[in-house]
Design a protein around this ligand. Structure first.
Ligand code: NAD
Ligand code: ZN
Length: 352
C-alpha cells in the first residue's frame, strides 16, 4: 500500500510499504476512505515530537471500512464503516474504566499513552491502518453522516469540547473567550453553546479565522494586536473578565492572553500542545481563585458528539475547506502548512 512515511525532521514521502495485518485478536484493519492532517502532524515534521521515529506512518484521524477483523472481535464486521478515534482504548484498564482513555494502560504503543497512531504505531495517512483494541477504539458511522463530517470526530471535536469546554466548566450564561481559532479552537466555539455559553469571543491574529469563527458560533471577535484588545474583551463582560478562557494555540504568549482576561473565580482551559515552559504568575492567580486545567483528549464524548453531528446540530460541514485524493498527500500537506495564505481549516483526503 501507499502511506505517508516520516523520515526525520522536515522529511516525508508518500511511498510504498507493506500492508498492515492483524497482529492481536482484538485488532481490525481499516481501509482508509478519508483522512486529514492535524497541526500535531506539522509539529512532528518540525522535529518537536522526538518519540516519533523515522519510518513511522503519520496521521491519527480516519474514517474507513473494516477489511479484516481479529478473532476476538465480535461487535464489528468486515464492511463496517467506522470512525477511528485518535486515542486507543483497551476498555479494560483502570483509566479506560473511568473514561481517561488518554492514559490507557494497554501495551500497544506504550502503556499509559492513549495517543499512539502516527506517534508510537503506524497511523492513518495511508491506504490501510491496523487499529488495536478495535471494539473500544472505533465507532460505527450512522448512515447519512458523510465522511467529511465524521472525520471531525476522530480528534478535533472531542478535543475542543472535552479539554476546552468541559474542563473549562463552561456553564449557562458564561462569557467564553477562545484564544486561537484554528480547527481545535473552532471546535471549542462550536460546542461551547452545548453548555449554555452566552457570549463567545474569538481571539486570533488571523482576520480570516476570526471571521470564520462567527459561522461556528462566535458572537464577537477581537484582534489581539489591537492596542486596546484587553479593554475590548473586558467590555464584552461585566468589566471583570471572562468566565472561561480557552487556550487553543500552544505558545506562552497565548497562555498569557488567557491569564490577562480571566475573571476572579474563572477558569483557564489549556488545550494547546506546548513545546516550551510557560511562566505561571501564581502570585497573582491564587488570590483570584483561578482554576487551570489541561489535558490530552480522551474522545470519551465521541458517541455523544456523533449523535449531534448525525442530527446536524453542529456546523461541521464548514470545517472542510480543501479536498484531495490520498495520492495528493504532499500537495495537501503544502496547502495545510500555508493555512494563512490558503485559508485552509481542515484538508480532506479521500481514496480515489
Ligand atoms: P492551528 O495551528 O491550526 O491554529 C492555531 C491558531 O492560533 C491559528 O489560527 C493562529 O492564527 C492562532 N494564533 C497563533 N498565535 C496566536 C496569538 N499570539 N494570539 C492569538 N492567536 C494566535 O492549530 P489547531 O489544529 O487548531 O490546534 C490548536 C492547538 O491544539 C495545537 O497546539 C494542537 O497541537 C493542540 N491540540 C491539542 C490536543 C489535546 O489533546 N490537548 C489535541 C489536538 C490538538
Ligand atoms: Zn485502557
Amino acid at each position: 500500500m501507499k502511506a505517508l512515511v516520516y523520515h526525520g525532521p522536515g522529511q516525508k514521502a508518500w511511498e510504498e510499504i507493506p500492508d498492515p495485518t492483524i497482529q492481536a485478536p482484538t485488532d481490525v484493519v481499516v481501509q482508509v476512505d478519508t483522512t486529514t492532517i492535524c497541526g500535531s502532524d506539522l509539529h512532528i515534521l518540525k522535529g518537536d515530537v522526538p518519540a516519533v521515529k523515522p519510518g513511522r506512518v503519520l496521521g491519527h484521524e480516519a474514517v474507513g471500512t473494516i477489511t479484516q477483523i481479529g478473532d476476538a472481535v465480535t461487535t464489528l464486521a468486515v464492511g463496517d464503516r467506522v470512525i477511528v478515534s485518535c486515542i486507543k482504548s483497551c476498555g479494560k484498564c483502570s483509566f479506560c474504566k473511568t473514561g481517561i482513555y488518554s492514559h490507557c494502560l494497554g501495551d500497544e504503543g506504550a502503556s499509559g499513552m492513549g495517543w499512539i497512531f502516527g506517534h508510537l504505531i503506524d497511523g492513518t495517512q495511508a491506504e490501510y491502518v491496523r487499529v488495536p483494541y478495535a471494539e473500544n477504539s472505533v465507532y460505527k458511522v450512522p448512515a447519512g453522516v458523510p465522511d467529511d463530517h465524521a472525520i471531525m470526530l476522530s480528534d478535533i471535536l472531542p478535543t475542543g469540547f472535552e479539554i476546552g469546554v468541559l474542563y473549562g466548566q463552561v456553564k449557562p450564561g458564561d462569557v467564553v473567550a477562545v484564544v486561537g481559532t484554528g480547527p481545535v479552537g473552532l471546535a471549542a466555539i462550536m460546542t461551547a453553546g452545548l453548555q449554555g455559553a452566552a457570549r463567545i469571543i474569538a481571539i486570533d491574529l488571523d482576520a480570516n479565522r476570526r471571521e470564520q469563527a462567527h459561522k461556528f458560533g462566535a458572537t464577537h471577535d477581537v484582534d489581539p494586536r489591537a492596542a486596546d484588545w484587553k479593554q475590548q474583551v473586558l467590555a464584552l463582560t461585566d468589566g471583570l473578565g471572562v468566565d472561561v478562557a480557552i487556550e487553543a494555540v500552544g505558545v506562552p504568549a497565548t497562555f498569557g492572553t488567557c491569564v490577562d482576561i480571566v475573571r476572579p473565580g474563572g477558569n483557564i482551559a489549556n488545550v494547546g500542545v506546548h513545546g516550551a515552559p510557560v511562566e505561571l504568575p501564581i502570585q497573582n492567580l491564587w488570590i483570584h481563585n483561578i482554576n487551570i486545567s489541561m489535558g490530552l483528549v480522551n474522545t470519551n464524548t465521541l458517541s455523544m458528539l456523533l449523535n449531534l453531528v448525525a442530527e446536524k446540530k453542529l456546523p461541521v460541514d464548514l470545517m472542510a475547506t480543501h479536498y484531495f485524493t490520498l495520492d495528493q498527500m504532499m500537495e495537501a500537506y503544502d496547502t495545510f502548512a500555508r493555512a494563512a495564505e490558503t485559508k485552509a481549516l481542515k484538508v480532506i483526503l479521500t481514496r480515489s
